[in-house]
Design a protein around this ligand. Structure first.
Ligand SMILES: [Cu+2]
Length: 348
């Protein structure tokens, strides 16, 4: 009898857990403000909950994610869940799957988190300005299959996400101010056609498309990791033989090539997909829109530099060192890293 009751309870547990996946609720409040990327460099930016990057969504595969987006700017926005396979209406592409979320409006996205892996979310309106302008954040989905997960297979002790973005503060500030003024003047009316034919007919009748006038281009003078450039990027502290998973997400518009001094990294996943044949590199290419997962297991103690080897990416406004650069402190079994204490260098 006891066995039967236990069996029924077990069945109930599995049925209920599959019927009632966990729901994770987030609120994204979009605003325009000033973000201190360095102590003396403030950037006019789009922000989610007053921060760059915006919130990290971290859930298990199959969980339900609900995000309430509140638009406190005058500009339209939508949020796209980059790398996810979800119901089409939640994909967040303006005029393809939904109308934009206009100034003062709100919208709730709801989707099942899949597939497992490293992904990110970003605004899909005026992406050149809105993504590099601050509207992005990591989206981490842990595998249902814990036994065969990357973290279990490689005995990962630390799981670190680095989300990278390149910006041009001058261009960003000018564009955001210009766009705010335009939207204040034009109200909620964007020029939207219901077909290519309608667009062609409008041109025949004298409509002049915005494509005829060039837009100013960004110069990407600063490169941020988790919202700041070197020397404000947090160092990673580990010890010899400890497995650290580093998830590198490039939310920006230019590639970076992260060269790790003193070690080899095992590339284990790309765009959330676990590689069948992982391989070693010491310079990790990070392309726009791509997520790459590596396992770091250093063998030599000390302070090791990591920097974009396309050296422009390791500068702040043209000055080296800066940008996409940080340190890894590897301690020995006594917790000792190095006799030399790294200093902050701004003029080289
Ligand atoms: Cu936006």
């Amino acid at each position: 009898m006891k066995k039967i009751i236990f069996f029924i309870m077990l069945c109930c547990f599995f049925v209920s857990s599959s019927l009632y996946a966990k729901t994770h609720k987030y609120t994204f409040v979009i605003s325009i403000g000033y973000w201190n990327i360095l102590p003396d460099v403030k950037v006019k930016s789009l922000m989610i909950n007053n921060k760059i990057p915006g919130p990290t969504i971290e859930v298990n595969e199959g969980d339900i994610v609900e995000v309430k987006v509140i638009n406190k700017t005058k500009l339209p926005h939508t949020i796209h869940w980059h790398g996810l396979e979800i119901e089409n209406s939640q994909d967040g592409v303006p005029y393809v799957t939904q109308d934009p979320i206009e100034g003062g409006e709100s919208f709730i996205y709801r989707f099942v988190a899949r597939p497992a892996g490293t992904h990110f979310w970003h605004c899909h309106w005026s992406t050149l300005l809105h993504i590099s302008g601050g509207m992005y954040g990591p989206l981490i989905i842990h595998s249902k299959d814990k036994k065969n997960s990357i973290n279990n297979k490689y005995h990962v002790k630390k799981d670190i996400t680095l989300i990278v973005d390149s910006i041009d503060p001058k261009w960003q500030s000018k564009m955001l101010t210009m766009m705010e003024k335009m939207h204040a003047m034009e109200g909620k009316e964007e020029k939207v056609f219901s077909s290519v034919e309608q667009y062609k007919k409008a041109v025949e009748k004298g409509y002049k498309s915005p494509y005829l006038k060039p837009m100013p281009k960004p110069k990407y003078t600063y490169h941020l990791i988790n919202g700041h450039p070197y020397p404000l990027v947090k160092p990673i502290i580990t010890k010899i033989g400890e497995a650290v998973r580093i998830r590198i997400i490039n939310a920006g518009n230019i590639p970076h090539y992260f060269h790790f001094h003193g070690m080899q990294l095992l590339v284990v996943a790309k765009d959330g997909n676990t590689l069948k044949q992982p391989y070693y590199l010491n310079t990790i290419p990070s392309f726009p829109g791509q997520a790459i997962d590596v396992i770091m297991k250093p063998e030599i103690r000390g302070w090791w530099a990591v920097h974009d080897h396309a050296e422009w990416g390791s500068t702040n406004n043209g000055h080296f060192p800066g940008g996409a650069m940080f340190l890894i402190g590897v301690a020995d079994k006594n917790g000792f890293i190095s006799k030399y204490k790294p200093k902050i260098s701004l003029t080289q």
